[in-house]
Design a protein around this ligand. Structure first.
Ligand code: BGP
Length: 483
């Protein structure tokens, strides 16, 4: 059998796209609560107020500017506020996951549900109780939670008052939050991820940065690396049995052709992802990045103990998302942003309706590249097809989704069986329909379970099993043999 007996089949979600209940249970506002919806042609924007009182909007590529404060406009719809309302549907959802046979479930803890402003001395008891209930229910159903400490969210107070991760104090606030999670859920959670897709975190919602300069972004990133390392150290201290991973968006990269310049350029492009894995797996900054900093005059301000903390706080496994592959070319700049709108076309691949290339082999490439370089166990914590579903007679006939997943699992199997890569688990993204991170839409659906909600936030939130629900149930039951 290629997949181990205890291979972690399951599904993945994130609080800002799934949980909702944004003003309930004492929760504080997060930067993600200021994020408006977009669509497949238009980037999502955050709304903010400038010091002169005027309202501004910024996409992930735009700076909000000095003195900006995140703002929620009364007449607009913000998808994270209710999301798909896990907050009130958790029992029902977990029952459905159990029915599919999930062995694990990936979710994130909303930072501001535990620490409403980020700065409190003690956690919000209602928040702790909510997650304890959820984790207990999962365990009762034989499902191991895989918990992401930070999935794109940042307390709005920290962003407004101290520019979030740009300020060293955020490391301390985050460490306190992480300690709370490790201690409060010690008996219920054994698998953790520090930051989701750390290589795509450049914008205000995630870093709290008011400008987009490399100096600002890399300094904030340095603090985030320290936050992650501290979390790993604390997590191991609280429970030596904890497995704590890093997480990156891994889009495999192919050189455009065999021109030596394009091949060399592909190596340099891969460094854009590897940098994050190098620091978190090896515990120090790689040479190529230090040289880049020298050339671009980026100076990272460090304290004396930083290097030792990074070294001590290396991760136990590498989690990654894989959706598509990229093509690199010496004369084109590839940004690893989860957005393929400016990508170099691959003539061998078809694309989804949202323009993402379809490349199952790329998942095997990713497994090999990561395992060869770090020899740490891998966990595919996101993969899937975002597609428009037709809901009729209480279900969705989503053969296209089944095809996508089947092909990817086949390649994953080769990575395990033929290449000997150590893969701990597979948790496809949005196992239940949820808000798209990139576009804020509901119509970009990934789930095995359909949720009745539209792009304006209207619907009953009722859940329905799709065809893929029964297909995935068989996949898990047969441990990946019946595809
Ligand atoms: C990753 C994120 C997820 C998720 C996924 C799919 O970048 O970690 O939060 O949403 O991509 O992307 P999208 O929702 O834009 O289709």
């Amino acid at each position: 059998m290629p997949f181990a007996k205890n291979f972690m089949w399951g599904g993945a979600t994130a609080a800002n796209q799934y949980e909702g209940g944004y003003l309930e249970g004492g929760r504080g506002l997060s930067t993600m609560d200021c994020r408006l919806p977009g669509n497949r042609h238009e980037y999502r924007k955050v709304s903010f107020t400038r010091p002169d009182g005027s309202v501004g909007y910024a996409s992930r590529y735009e700076a909000v500017g000095e003195g900006a404060r995140g703002t929620i406009l009364e007449d607009r719809y913000y998808p994270s506020h209710n999301a798909v309302d896990f907050y009130h549907h958790w029992k029902e959802d977990i029952a459905l996951f159990a029915e599919m046979g999930f062995r694990c479930f990936r979710m994130s803890v909303s930072w501001t549900r535990l620490y409403p402003s980020g700065t409190e001395e003690t956690p919000n008891p209602e928040g702790v109780a909510f997650y304890r209930d959820v984790f207990s229910e999962l365990q009762k159903n034989g499902i191991e939670p895989l918990v992401t400490l930070n999935h794109f969210d940042l307390p709005l107070y920290l962003a407004d008052e101290i520019d979030g991760w740009c300020d060293r104090r955020t490391i301390g606030y985050f460490s306190r939050f992480a300690r709370t999670c490790f201690e409060e859920f010690r008996d219920l959670v054994h698998y953790w991820i520090t930051f989701n897709e750390i290589n795509t975190i450049r914008d205000w919602t995630k870093l709290g940065n008011k400008d987009m300069s490399d100096q600002t972004v890399y300094q904030a990133m340095h603090h985030m690396f320290l936050g992650s390392a501290h979390a790993v150290i604390i997590g191991h201290e609280v429970n030596p049995g904890n497995m704590i991973g890093m997480m990156c968006a891994y889009g495999s990269m192919y050189p455009y052709d065999c021109a030596p310049d394009n091949y060399m350029n592909n190596i340099v492009s891969l460094h854009k992802i590897q940098f994050f894995c190098d620091v978190q797996c090896r515990g120090y900054y790689p040479e190529y990045k230090l040289k880049e900093f020298e050339r671009s005059h980026v100076v990272i301000r460090k304290e004396e103990t930083d290097d030792a903390v990074l070294k001590q706080g290396t991760v136990d496994f590498i989690a990654f998302s894989y959706y598509f592959s990229n093509v690199t070319r010496a004369d084109a700049n590839v940004e690893m942003t989860g957005d393929q709108s400016h990508a170099v076309e691959n003539p061998y691949l078809k694309k989804t309706d949202w323009g993402w290339s379809l490349d199952p082999v790329g998942i095997r490439v990713a497994c090999n590249e990561l395992y060869d370089r770090y020899q740490k166990p891998l966990w595919i914590v996101e993969n899937g097809l975002g597609a428009e579903d037709v809901f009729e007679d209480g279900t969705v006939h989503d053969a296209y989704r089944i095809d996508y997943l089947r092909e990817h699992i086949r390649e994953l199997k080769k990575a395990v069986e033929t290449d000997g890569v150590n893969v701990l688990g597979y948790t496809p993204w949005g196992c239940i329909d949820l808000i798209s991170a990139g576009t804020g839409e509901m119509s970009k659906r990934y789930g095995f379970i359909y949720v009745d909600l539209d792009d304006e936030g209207k619907g009953t939130f009722r859940r329905f099993r799709k065809d893929s629900f029964y297909w995935y149930q068989k996949v898990i039951e047969s441990n990946g043999e019946e595809l």
